[in-house]
Every structure is written in C-alpha cells, then in structure tokens.
Design a protein around this ligand. Structure first.
Ligand code: PGA
Length: 250
C-alpha cells in the first residue's frame, strides 16, 4: 500500500513562543502546498500549547521532542504522555541521537517511552542511526539491528503500524553532510526487512523517515527512494522557506 509522506520539523532547543510566531504564520499561509503530504512541527515543550493553538484548523500536526514512560509522579523535569495529549499534541520524537548522546537515552528507555506514547494514542517517531565511527567500522547494520530489536521489543504489529521510524545517521545530523540517496535507501531497505521479519506484513505500511541535513536541494532525490517515506528535519525546519521547500520536494 502507498505510504503517505511525512515531513516533520524537529525544532530542538530553538524558538521561544514569540520567535515561533512568524514561522508558524508563514507555514499557515502555505498549507495549500501541503496537500497530499503529512506535516508536523515539534517545538520545545514551552511552545507546544501556543503552536497547537496557532495551527488549529490547519493540517499541521504538533509533536513533542520527548515523553516520559510513567503517567505521573516524582520525575522532576519530565513530561507525561497525558500532559502532551491534554495540550493537543499528536506525535512525539523518541530516542533522538542527541538524547542518546547527551542525556543517557538507551534502547531500553526508548522502549519504555515508546510504550507510553502508544498507550496514550500518540504517534511515536522513533529515531535510530549509527555514528561515523560505527559506519567506518562496517557496523551500520548491526547497530540498526540492535536498536530495532531492543527499542521496539514487545510491540505488537498493530502498535508498530501506529509508529514511525526515523533513520538518522548521526554523522549527517547538523553537519551539512547528507547521506547520499543510495546510502540512505540501502539502510531503509534493510530496516524494512528487519521490521518485516519481526512484525510481518505491517512493515509495508510503516513510514521510515530519513533525517540528517535534509534541505530543499537534496530532499526530492532522497524522498524519491522506494523506502524513504519522509523526513525528520532539524536546521531547515526553522526557516519557513526551507521547510516549505522540502515539503515541495515531497
Ligand atoms: P538536521 O537535524 O536536519 O539539522 O541535520 C536532523 C535531526 O536531528 O532530526
């Protein structure tokens, strides 16, 4: 079946509520250009409610960048899935490489967060990908296999069907060094095969996004690949023209 392209912007720790206003206004003015494509933006927690309000009635979905695995309790600094749902968030990034690198995220915590998100009806965008050292050592497939096996452990096929995977080679994130369409497609195809082996036919419905220095100039060739079903966009999601240019490439 045809997978609907998803272009998601990961704002990371950028844009205050006030700073986000012109970007959201520019995106809202161009929703006609989003026909046929799913579009999401993922602001910091503090801007979620404002961006949900500003995008109400548009096809733009709003996602968070993390979610805790418990429903409530003594977890200082964390935010629950129910809290995200309450403010109108519909999706959430889980296991971004920056969380893994700087905040101790592991495949086990990714799995716990993923279950919480699915349990609350949020659409998870689960990030995986190898470092440059791992790629150079020929370990890309082993790394990706391990992240999938542990990160998605225990999911039902139905739950996988409600999930999105983002392949983000760490060496391509924020570096301007994009994977070539062929390099990305090779891993995406491998990944879909892993999902098929573990979960069956639902793997054909799962969207696998590419992330890592996707820009208007390289988006179309990446998105033309058979197993690349969208993009997770960092830097280029902060400028309306760049983000819209990527959407146009889809
Ligand atoms: P980038 O980030 O587009 O700035 O490389 C992508 C990401 O980290 O999701």
């Amino acid at each position: 079946m045809a997978r609907r392209t998803l272009i998601a912007g990961n704002w990371k720790m950028n844009l205050t509520v006030a700073e986000a206003q012109p970007l959201v206004a520019a995106l809202k003015a161009r929703t006609a250009a989003m026909a046929g494509v799913d579009v999401a933006v993922c602001p910091p927690f503090t801007s979620l409610a404002a961006v949900v309000a500003a995008t109400a009635g548009t096809p733009i979905q709003v996602g968070a960048q993390n979610v805790h695995w418990e429903q409530a309790g003594a977890f200082t600094g964390e935010v629950s899935a129910a809290m995200l749902r309450e403010v109108g968030v519909t999706c959430v990034i889980i296991g971004h490489s920056e969380r893994r690198q700087y905040f101790g995220e592991t495949d086990a915590t990714v799995n716990a967060r993923l279950r919480a998100a699915l349990g609350s009806g949020l659409m998870p965008i689960v990030c995986i990908g190898e470092t440059l050292r791992q790629r150079d050592a020929g370990e890309t497939e082993a790394v990706v296999r391990g992240q999938v096996a542990e990160g998605l452990a225990g999911l039902t096929p139905e739950q996988l069907g409600r999930s999105v995977i983002a392949y983000e080679p760490v060496w391509a994130i924020g570096t301007g060094r994009t994977a070539t369409p062929e390099q990305a497609q090779e891993v995406h195809r491998f990944l879909r095969g892993l999902l098929r082996d573990a979960f069956g036919g639902v793997a054909e419905e799962v969207r696998i996004l590419y992330g890592g220095s996707m820009k208007p100039g390289n988006a179309a060739s990446l998105l033309a690949q058979a197993d690349i079903d969208g993009g997770l966009i960092g830097g280029a999601s902060l400028k309306a023209e760049d983000f819209l240019g990527i959407i146009a490439g889809a």
